[in-house]
Design a protein. Structure first.
Length: 110
């Protein structure tokens, strides 16, 4: 599969997540406070909760139901109860549009 348009950059606001779906894959697209755009799997690894409905701050997105915060860069949970990461997708910006391939996750160096 190839990357597909997820949204326009203008649809994003700092520290607010936008839920999109590409080929049935729910993705939380987030612009952090520095203006960097991230894309993570939108489902909390602790329960079937949309992360896009949670809180974004300090480089994390927090599940509103259970309180687990996930790194925007790595998808790794920063606290319990979640202990499994969520997938992180590569983001490509072209002509002020955000493109994501939901079949390709970022390789995160340990």
């Amino acid at each position: 599969m190839t990357k597909q348009m997820a949204c326009e950059v203008s649809e994003l606001s700092p520290n607010v997540a936008l839920r999109v779906q590409i080929d049935g894959v729910p993705i939380a697209v987030v612009m952090d406070a520095a203006g960097e755009i991230h894309a993570l799997g939108d489902t909390c690894s602790h329960g079937q909760i949309s992360l896009a409905e949670g809180f974004v701050e300090d480089g994390t997105i927090e599940c509103w139901a259970h309180g687990s915060a996930f790194s925007l860069k790595t998808g790794v949970p920063q606290n319990l109860p979640a202990f499994e990461p969520v997938p992180v997708f590569e983001v490509h910006i072209e002509n002020n549009q955000v493109f994501i391939d939901p079949t390709v996750t970022k390789v995160i160096e340990a």
